[in-house]
Design a binder for this molecule. Structure first.
Ligand SMILES: [Zn+2]
Length: 118
């Protein structure tokens, strides 16, 4: 299962970047997931929950920001989108394009419960 190992990577990232005393107070882990990354978000959330249930991250939720697939055309300069994997400008039909977003899978933020809220 692809999502299971991704969930594990996300948890590793969190554990490496968040001070130990704050990990148990994490409420949300915010992750950017590109439309082109091939990640099934429901499955990723499920895997995250399953893995964290017996760790200090128990109770934390995965919040997913969907990033659209976008292309920048080097011929006409437009930013367009297209069907997944179609690296063709929908403005002029040029194949001289670059993917500018859609491939992301990164932890962008961790929301920690503050003492006042408890
Ligand atoms: Zn174009």
């Amino acid at each position: 299962m692809h999502e299971l190992s991704l969930a594990r990577d996300i948890i590793d990232t969190v554990q490496q970047n968040v001070p130990k005393e704050e990990i148990c107070r994490i409420k949300y882990v915010v992750v950017k997931v590109g439309a082109f990354s091939g990640v099934v978000t429901d499955s990723l959330k499920f895997s995250f929950q399953a893995i964290t249930s017996d760790t200090e991250l128990y109770g934390a939720e995965l919040e997913i920001i969907d990033i659209p697939f976008l292309l920048k055309c080097n011929t006409c300069g437009k930013t367009t989108t297209n069907e997944f994997g179609m690296m063709i400008c929908s403005g002029c039909g040029s194949v001289d394009t670059e993917m500018i977003s859609g491939n992301e899978l990164q932890v962008v933020e961790v929301k920690v419960e503050t003492m006042e809220e408890i």
